[in-house]
Design a binder for this molecule. Structure first.
Ligand SMILES: CC(C)(COP(=O)(O)OP(=O)(O)OC[C@H]1O[C@@H](n2cnc3c(N)ncnc32)[C@H](O)[C@@H]1OP(=O)(O)O)[C@@H](O)C(=O)NCCC(=O)NCCS
Length: 172
């Protein structure tokens, strides 16, 4: 399906440096990064982090995909990631981030779903995982709606999180 694909309302494409400013603006909304550890308060570190993440090679079939609306405006709405867990792996994590103006319309779930079949069928991963701040209810719901199971609890950067996982076996 990838590097480019479409859902009913969304266009999904490999994230490139052309999305740099849009991603930066999205992360600068404190509500967007409220439950996500990162260098958001330091402009220089934030820009370096984002540039590195856009340019990194995460391995075969992995990376970030930008989400755009398919309407006439073709707006940047956010991204989906499928990258080595914590940057190192060997597990692969799935993640999602949208501009606040795009929340609450089912876009997050709609964008994430094709990546589940992509992860298992196209690149043959055995499992996908996600750690989510216990307060991030919308994100928990996306994980559940795409079939992930709550498999444990961890503390990451002093933040209590729920760990989710979905294996290819259970997905079938
Ligand atoms: C998490 C995020 C991607 C959700 O995107 P979204 O497009 O609003 O999600 P959806 O519309 O697909 O909704 C998914 C589910 O969550 C529910 N939901 C959405 N916002 C919610 C909220 N604030 N509180 C409770 N439930 C919420 C929806 O009702 C839906 O469940 P339902 O189908 O049972 O009704 C979005 O809020 C976001 O980008 N947040 C900031 C970044 C972030 O936290 N990313 C995840 C890090 S782990």
């Amino acid at each position: 399906m990838l590097p480019a694909s479409e859902t009913a309302r969304l266009s999904l494409r490999r994230r490139t440096i052309a999305d740099f400013e849009a991603c930066l603006a999205m992360d600068r909304d404190p509500e967007v990064v409220k439950y996500i550890p990162g260098p958001w308060d330091d402009a220089t570190k934030h820009e370096a982090f984002l540039r590195e993440r856009i340019q990194a090679d995460f391995g075969d079939g992995l990376g970030y995909w930008s989400i755009y609306s398919r309407d006439a405006e073709r707006r940047f709405l956010g991204w989906i990631l499928l990258i080595p867990y914590d940057g190192t792996g060997p597990k692969v994590e799935i993640g999602w981030r949208l501009n606040r103006s795009a929340w609450g319309r089912g876009y997050g779930t709609e964008a994430a779903l094709p990546f589940v079949s992509y992860a298992f069928e196209d690149i043959g991963l055995p499992e996908i995982v996600a750690d989510i701040d216990i307060r991030n209810v919308a994100s928990h719901r996306i994980a559940e709606k795409i079939g992930m199971q709550h498999v444990g609890d961890i503390v990451h950067d002093s933040i209590p999180m729920k760990s989710y996982a979905l294996t290819r076996y259970d997905w079938r």
